[in-house]
Design a protein around this ligand. Structure first.
Ligand SMILES: Cc1cc2nc3c(=O)[nH]c(=O)nc-3n(C[C@H](O)[C@H](O)[C@H](O)COP(=O)(O)O)c2cc1C
Length: 319
């Protein structure tokens, strides 16, 4: 069973736009499906179009994620990406915990009004030109909410159900609610994807041993901390899957970072300053728990120009 499990990259507003996805795919690869950070509104903006258009996502299976509670917005975007871009699926964000999103009953805030969520799903499934998957938390404030939410999800022909087993009030911390996720495994007829806190091959093994009927796992921060995680997982399942030798890991990550830098510089307004901000954001993850390059991280954080950043980066060896 394990070797059949698909590996997805989680959508992460900020780090995982198309420049990142392309560089990751070119240097590390191994991802079965990527999800874009969420888009909003009736019509896509230029930045959103750049992020999701097929020309900027060649060679990857990419699913657009939308954050909305409005049928007209959903249909407008679903029709557009289907008609203009030829996409066959779309994903709905039912997990974003941010205050401004939740206060408008969007993202995880939509889970607080299950009757409306049910009505919304009924309407969009009537009219959507493409397959719909959901990425959901298990409730807003209490795991007691999950039974009702799951019973709603079971009514519709979802493409897949991606579950991050935390409440909105957990944000991205606190323990994963394993028992609540298990209920979905027992009851759901949907293709299930587990998401949350997979940072090592051991985490992957624990999740796939415990939840034997999932079809996919989605990984977010774990890939930013360790971009070799996908190949490590694949190797742990099948010893013949390639693994980068330890003495080549540093070069590979630096090649990736240089490619990112080149492509950010070419694609972003604000050139050097915004490119540096993007790279620094990534280094926060790459440096997490790495006492060996604490000093270099400080220098990277302080860097005002790419020259200063390069000098700091050259003192780091990534293992
Ligand atoms: C910086 C950041 C941005 C995120 N942006 C999105 C987003 O746009 N859409 C979404 O569904 N989830 C978003 N998430 C949540 C992740 O997709 C994922 O569910 C979460 O990080 C838990 O998975 P992980 O433990 O593997 O990171 C974001 C998370 C982070 C840390």
């Amino acid at each position: 069973m394990q070797d059949m499990i698909k590996l997805y990259m989680a959508p992460m507003e900020g780090p995982t736009g198309y420049v990142f996805r392309n560089a990751f795919n070119e240097v590390f690869g191994g991802i079965d499906r990527y999800f874009t950070p969420f888009v909003t509104g009736l019509n896509l903006g230029d930045k959103e179009k750049r992020d999701i258009c097929p020309k900027n996502n060649a060679g990857m299976d990419v699913v657009t994620q939308i954050l909305t509670r409005r049928t007209d917005e959903f249909l407008s975007v679903a029709n557009f990406i289907h008609d203009e871009y030829g996409y066959e699926r779309i994903n709905i964000n039912l997990g974003c915990p941010s205050g401004t999103v939740v206060s408008r009953n969007r993202g995880a805030g939509f889970l607080a009004i299950p009757d409306e969520l049910d009505r919304f799903l009924y309407e969009i499934f009537e009219k959507s030109p493409i397959k719909i998957s959901l990425k959901t938390r298990i409730g807003v404030e209490s795991t007691d909410e999950w039974d009702r939410l799951l019973s709603i999800y079971e009514k519709y022909p979802l493409d897949e159900l991606i579950i991050h087993p935390r409440l909105r009030t957990d944000f991205y911390k606190n323990e994963i609610k394993t028992e609540t996720f298990k209920k979905a495994c027992e009851i759901s007829k949907h293709s299930l994807c587990y998401n949350g806190d997979i940072n090592t091959t051991e985490d992957f093994k624990r999740v796939t041993d415990e939840f034997t009927n999932i079809d996919a796992v989605m990984i977010g921060r774990g890939l930013l901390k360790n971009p070799f995680l996908i190949e490590e997982i694949r190797h742990s399942v099948d010893e013949s899957a390639p693994l980068t030798p330890p003495d080549e890991r540093d070069k590979k990550v630096k090649d990736f970072l240089r490619l990112l830098e080149k492509n950010y510089l070419a694609s972003m307004p604000g050139g050097e300053k915004n490119t540096l901000a993007k790279l620094k954001e990534l280094w926060v993850y790459l440096g997490e728990g790495r006492t060996d390059f604490k000093r270099a991280l400080k220098e990277i954080k302080k860097a005002r120009y790419l020259d200063e950043y390069h000098a700091a980066m050259s003192t780091v060896v990534i293992r």
